[in-house]
Ligand binder design. Structure first.
Ligand SMILES: *Cc1c(COP(=O)(O)O)cnc(C)c1O
Length: 381
């Protein structure tokens, strides 16, 4: 079973940085500063430098990051927050949790991301914020979204859980990391994310000094001074062991992004050679103004063959995953709390046709060839 193909090879990745990671973890244990140890501050500082100098507040997970972002913006029950219908549930769950109203908008079929045109259709006098999700590792087309938000006085919270390290280029040529363009950016350090720890973790980004202070306070029981609570907050912390792991992995993040990109390019080249006219499937589309860090390599399978292909691959020992099988509008939990929107057809089409292939930082050509061969075999039968 040693060569079993995996969706993500966290063990292989760990073995390459084992000495650094083990030393970092041992150091935390030796110092017993398990919560708010110096390494948490160091990591936040290094992450800030990596992201281009924004404020960084670390927290317990990516879902908390989104929740704290919404709390910091002081939205009120009934306020509407625009969110894509095709995303991981967390992006919308926090909206409902705070008594706000998620208003779902359709995603673009080619990129899986929200577009300003779809956002425009969802605007109402109650709209207060937009949560663009940089799904699967590529930035939403942010320039028009930011312009629209500015025009209508809306906050923008980027859900950057899947795209840390991606870079967006504005029309004037200036570049920004995803997660640093909106009012607030959020990310997750869940183990399988592109920058993942060995447990749970998350972070919140902003360039606004006052907001950063507020975010920090909310993540820490609403206190600025210990035992003096200015607002209702929560308890959301990144622990020192996770920070020690992340501090090591951050140094490798660009190389990890590159490895994922190369693996994705190889998939696309081989798969397109087999199906140049997209008779059977559609390979991921890359935007000219964003890099792609391929958190997932996601095909759209045509002619209703997705589930059959998935089963076929599984029989051949090739894992694949469906991210995500239902659009939000078809989730039981969201039916009653959402202002009825448009048809959301593309989100539905995505949910019913997507299939993600194994991709990670330790991919070899041999493994990829196995995956590709089996995909081709299925359609060539
Ligand atoms: C993983 C993820 C989250 C939530 O992160 P957790 O750390 O699991 O809470 C939120 N949004 C998206 C798009 C994600 O992929």
């Amino acid at each position: 079973m040693a060569n079993k193909i995996q969706m993500v090879d966290l063990k292989g990745q760990y073995l390459k940085i084992k000495d650094e990671v083990d030393a970092g973890i041992q150091n935390v244990i030796d110092n017993t500063a398990f919560i708010n140890g110096p390494i948490v501050k160091d990591f936040a500082q290094h992450l800030s430098e990596y992201m281009g100098g924004c404020h960084v507040t670390t927290c317990a997970n990516g879902t908390d990051a989104l929740q704290i972002a919404l709390m910091a913006l002081e939205l009120k029950p009934g306020d509407e927050v625009i969110v894509p219908a095709f995303t991981y549930v967390a992006s919308a769950e926090v909206i409902g949790l705070l008594g706000l109203t998620p208003v779902m908008v359709d995603v673009d079929y080619d990129t899986f991301n929200v577009t300003v045109d779809n956002i425009k259709k969802a605007l109402s006098p109650k709209t207060k914020a937009i949560i663009p999700v940089h799904l699967f590792g590529q930035s939403c087309d942010m320039e028009p979204i930011l312009a629209f938000a500015k025009e209508h006085n809306l906050y923008v919270i980027e859900d950057n859980a899947q795209a840390i390290g991606a870079v967006y280029t504005f029309s004037d040529g200036h570049k920004a990391k995803t997660g640093t363009m909106g009012t607030i950016g959020c990310t997750s350090f869940f183990p399988s994310k592109n920058l993942g720890c060995y447990g749970d973790g998350g972070a919140i980004f902003t360039n606004d000094d006052a907001l950063a202070e507020r975010i920090h306070m909310i993540a820490n029981h609403g206190q600025r001074v210990k035992y003096h609570h200015a607002v209702i907050g929560c308890n959301s912390r990144l622990d020192s062991i996770q920070a020690a792991v992340l501090d090591v992995k951050l140094r490798h993040l660009d190389e990890y992004c590159k490895a994922r990109y190369e693996a994705a390019s190889y998939y696309t080249k081989q798969l397109k050679a087999f199906d140049p006219e997209e008779k059977y499937f559609i390979t991921p589309k890359e935007l000219p103004n964003s890099t792609h860090v391929y958190h997932q390599y996601t095909l759209k399978i045509k002619n209703g063959k997705r589930d059959e292909l998935k089963n076929f691959l599984a029989e051949q020992g090739v894992p694949s995953m469906i991210y995500y099988p239902l659009p939000l509008q078809e989730q039981e939990a969201f039916k009653t709390i959402t202002r009825a929107g448009e048809a959301l057809d593309k989100s539905r089409e995505c949910a019913y046709s997507v299939l993600s292939l194994p991709i990670h930082t330790e991919m070899t050509k041999d493994v990829q060839d196995m995956v590709i061969k089996n995909v081709i075999n299925f359609f060539a039968r």
